[in-house]
Design a protein around this ligand. Structure first.
Ligand code: KG4
Ligand code: ZN
Length: 350
């Protein structure tokens, strides 16, 4: 089954073709990074316009790279939320039009579920590895979300916890901006931190004991204070501050993943979302855990269409998990789509 996956939730115009949920035939991502970098962050209106200009050619490029024609597609998956509303609208409208014109099933996808299924994709150029075994402990760490989930079966999730304030990626972006390291912040902090040697300056960790929740806003404030104490941007040891900030975020994420994996008897652990690209996080989680850890290659950590096609495929395979949202061709974008909406059986351990 060949599924075209489309994602325009934020600042990447992405389209991919995936066969049977795992084999990537093409994965095209046209990044708007340079456009937004000059503003220090993503400007929603600018993003929508760029998607509009790019979506048709990105889809064409994906089909050409896959060596397929529209007639070879079996369904279209598209992100309906969460994300920027104008940006989402471009992808959803395009997908609806194509689905109607070609009489193809339209499968609206929750972007977060897309990140989850990036771990089912066979990374380009690599041997097929077995699918993650259930129960899978999933950590989603992106620019907009930090969520810890227990996935009992395909498309069935239990929420263990999540951030109470900033998402992990958001914290990276805000701290990088404050330290004058540029946008996006995650890679900039990682690069800066790599040069550090010596004893890390002390920064706090919000453990929120007895929960699987996270909080990064106190850490952010502590970074501002440390910067002041060291004499501001001109005099501070930015390398040390970046390294300590990264260490604090990674420490909390990894410790909670390890504890949850043990408590719930996870057979595998899967990490996904943009922050999963972080080398320190990848190294720490892989070394701490005894069960197999899945982390997508960098290209699949970032937003992409392949993960949307993969999630669409498994949704298609598991209609019993679907909430009855009516006719997909009438589906509206849902900028604030909650994690719970991934599957109607998702619950919260609170
Ligand atoms: O998943 P993603 O591409 O978009 C969202 O759905 O949010 O994630 C983007 C986020 C940004 O906040 C970016 O700073 C962060 O992922 N990120 C990283 C790294 N690469 C990207 N954070 C830490 N370390 C990295 N190497
Ligand atoms: Zn994302």
């Amino acid at each position: 089954m060949n599924i075209l996956g489309i994602d325009t939730s934020c600042d990447d115009t992405a389209a991919a073709v995936v066969r049977d949920g795992r084999l990537i035939l093409a994965n095209i991502v046209r990044s708007q990074l340079r456009t937004h970098a000059q503003y220090g962050g993503v400007v929603p209106e600018v993003a929508s316009r760029a998607h509009l200009g790019d979506i048709a050619s990105v889809v064409d490029e994906a089909l050409a790279a896959a060596g397929l024609a529209l007639a070879d597609l079996d369904a279209i998956g598209v992100t309906r939320g969460p994300g920027l509303s104008g940006a989402l609208m471009v992808g959803v409208s395009f997908a609806k039009g194509l689905a109607m014109a070609r009489d193809l099933p339209l499968l609206p996808v929750n972007h977060l579920e897309g990140h989850v299924y990036s771990n089912w994709l066979i990374p380009p150029g690599m041997e097929e590895q077995p699918e993650p075994r259930f129960p899978v402990l999933v950590l989603i760490v992106s620019g907009g979300h930090t969520e810890l989930l227990l996935m009992h079966e395909h498309c069935r999730y239990e929420r263990l916890g999540g951030t109470r304030d900033d998402a992990a990626g958001e914290a990276f972006d805000k701290v990088a901006r404050r330290l004058g390291l540029g946008f996006p912040g995650g890679p900039a902090i990682q690069r800066t931190a790599e040069g550090f040697q010596g004893t890390l300056p002390r920064l706090p960790r919000a453990w929120l004991r007895g929960t699987y929740d996270f909080s990064f806003s106190g850490l952010k404030t502590a970074v501002w204070q440390l910067l002041q104490e060291q004499g501001g941007l001109e005099h501070a040891d930015l390398t040390g501050i970046a390294a300590s900030f990264q260490d604090s975020v990674v420490d909390v994420l990894a410790t909670k993943v390890l504890a949850a994996a043990q408590e719930f008897g996870a057979a595998t652990v899967a990490i996904c979302g943009g922050v999963a690209a972080n080398a320190a996080l990848r190294a720490r989680v892989t070394s701490d855990l005894l069960v197999p850890v899945y982390v997508p290659p960098l290209s699949l950590c970032m937003d992409n269409g392949a993960m949307i096609a993969a999630a669409a495929y498994y949704r298609w395979q598991h209609p019993e998990e679907a909430a009855d949202d009516g006719d997909p061709l009438l589906a509206e974008v849902e900028p604030g789509l909650a994690l719970e909406a991934i599957g109607h059986r998702a619950g919260s351990r609170k």
